[in-house]
Design a protein around this ligand. Structure first.
Ligand code: ADP
Ligand code: ADP
Ligand code: ZN
Length: 215
């Protein structure tokens, strides 16, 4: 199974992808995570991407598509892929078709998380993750059960993204509207898009995704 989770920054893509990984042993392919790892490691790609990401603009199509191809090659052919934050432009959508076809994979579902833009700034400015395992949390909507301790790994250090501030979110949303939302019709024409209410409770969103995967 190969699926795309589509939605603006803060829609809940990462949260839901992590749940699918836990439950179904699928693999989350987040270009944002890959790029942040490259920035941290100060690779050539990381050095090129850092300032672009800090501004909330999009990194070049060639870079992210190459990262996706490498990541797919590193996983077993039978492991399902959850594309999280990719594709984000029409050129990336085209590239993904080729990347998948070359590996004998096909896209099963594009799941769009529909959210109110007004809610996204609060979601994003309250977001943090476990520094050790990457599990996502939120100041108001998903705190660790024991304060200061990660539910998943027991880690006690957490981090926040430098681009998760109200100002950068606006640029990221504008990029989403201008470049990413327009790719939906490509998938709509293939009849593989399902829209779900991303404003619902996290567990309800998970249930809606499960229903689509089982359909
Ligand atoms: P979000 O959680 O807000 O959806 P991501 O972690 O997916 O954000 O992405 C963070 C930043 O990394 C983006 O603002 C952009 O600069 C860059 N980025 C991630 N994925 C892509 C992509 N597919 N194409 C271009 N840039 C990307
Ligand atoms: P994305 O990957 O689409 O940028 P995330 O999954 O990181 O979004 O979610 C952004 C923030 O909102 C996180 O802190 C997460 O805990 C929280 N969040 C995710 N889904 C929901 C939801 N359905 N209701 C409330 N908060 C949510
Ligand atoms: Zn953890």
């Amino acid at each position: 199974m190969n699926i795309i989770l589509l939605g603006p920054p803060g829609a809940g893509k990462g949260t839901q992808a992590q749940r699918l990984v836990e439950k179904h042993g699928m693999r989350q392919l987040s270009t944002g995570d890959m790029l942040r790892a490259a920035v941290k490691a100060e690779t050539a790609i990381g050095l090129e991407a850092k300032a672009v990401m800090e501004r909330g603009e999009l990194v070049s199509d060639a870079i992210v598509s190459a990262l996706i191809g490498e990541e797919l090659d590193a996983m077993g052919p039978d492991t399902g892929a959850i594309f999280d934050g990719y594709p984000r432009t029409a050129a990336q959508a085209e590239a993904l078709d080729e990347i998948l076809a070359a590996r004998g994979r096909k896209l099963d579902h594009v799941i769009e998380l529909e959210v109110d833009e007004d809610a996204l700034v609060e979601r994003i400015t309250g977001r943090f993750t476990c520094a050790a395992c990457g599990k996502g949390y939120h100041d108001k909507f998903e705190q660790p059960k024991i304060p200061g301790t990660c539910d998943k790994c027991g880690g006690t250090e957490f981090k926040r993204r430098p681009d998760d501030n109200a100002e950068t979110v606006r640029t990221r949303l504008a990029e989403y509207r201008a470049k990413t939302a327009p790719i939906l019709p490509i998938y709509d024409a293939r009849g593989i898009v399902s829209k779900i209410d991303g404003m619902a409770d996290m567990d309800e969103v998970t249930g809606a995704i499960e229903a689509i995967l089982n359909s």
